[in-house]
Design a protein around this ligand. Structure first.
Ligand SMILES: [Fe+2]
Ligand SMILES: [Fe+2]
Length: 196
């Protein structure tokens, strides 16, 4: 279906925190089926994993960023503080559901807090998180502009095209289904996912 899809494959990666998604969803403020919901998180994660092969970014932080960065949106419209709330939420679960040393947690915190600020300068792992998110903008009607991407890896036109087509179709990456990542269509489905 996607002519460039075969070039980008994250199936070789395994997750560091396969049990964390239901915990995050349990306290999620926004609909997991919405435009900032689970299928977006999944594409951000896969985009980030693919970018990490070029950037060398820390894949633990990419995985955590994917789950936390939009987890505390209050709605699917303007909500400027959601990144900061997502960072604080990650802080509240650190040490109970995942471990990171102070230096690494600072990167996760910055990546979540500032992901909507439009910055392009940061540590390479933080940059990779931001690019992974920005590559999934087509679902809200914005084609990623290389000018606003941070890393050379993300600016490759075939990758931008691939990510854009996936975003438009709101594809749930197949490689994450085996970890229970799915796209609940209702709040009830979310509750089922959490309790099941
Ligand atoms: Fe966001
Ligand atoms: Fe996002």
């Amino acid at each position: 279906m996607y002519s460039v899809a075969d070039k980008y494959d994250a199936s070789e990666f395994s997750l560091f925190y396969p049990d964390l998604l239901p915990i995050v969803l349990q306290q999620c403020e926004v609909s997991p089926a919405g435009i900032h919901g689970v299928d977006h998180w999944a594409r951000v994660l896969e985009n980030g994993l693919i970018l990490s092969t070029q950037t060398g970014a820390d894949r633990r932080i990419i995985e955590l960023f994917a789950m936390f960065h939009d987890s505390k949106r209050m709605n699917d419209g303007p909500d400027l503080a959601h990144g900061f709330r997502g960072a604080l939420f990650a802080q509240s679960l650190r040490g109970r559901y995942f471990e990171l040393n102070d230096k690494d947690f600072h990167m996760l915190f910055e990546a979540c807090r500032d992901h909507t600020m439009g910055h392009t300068k940061a540590n390479i792992t933080v940059q990779t998180c931001w690019d992974a998110d920005r590559l999934d903008l087509a679902r809200v009607g914005v084609v990623p502009n290389p000018k606003y991407l941070c890393t050379d890896a993300a600016k490759v036109s075939s990758l931008v095209t691939w990510a854009t087509l996936r975003s438009l179709d709101r594809v749930m990456p197949v490689t994450l289904k085996k970890y229970g990542w799915s796209c609940p269509s209702t709040r009830n489905a979310q509750i089922e996912l959490v309790s099941g």
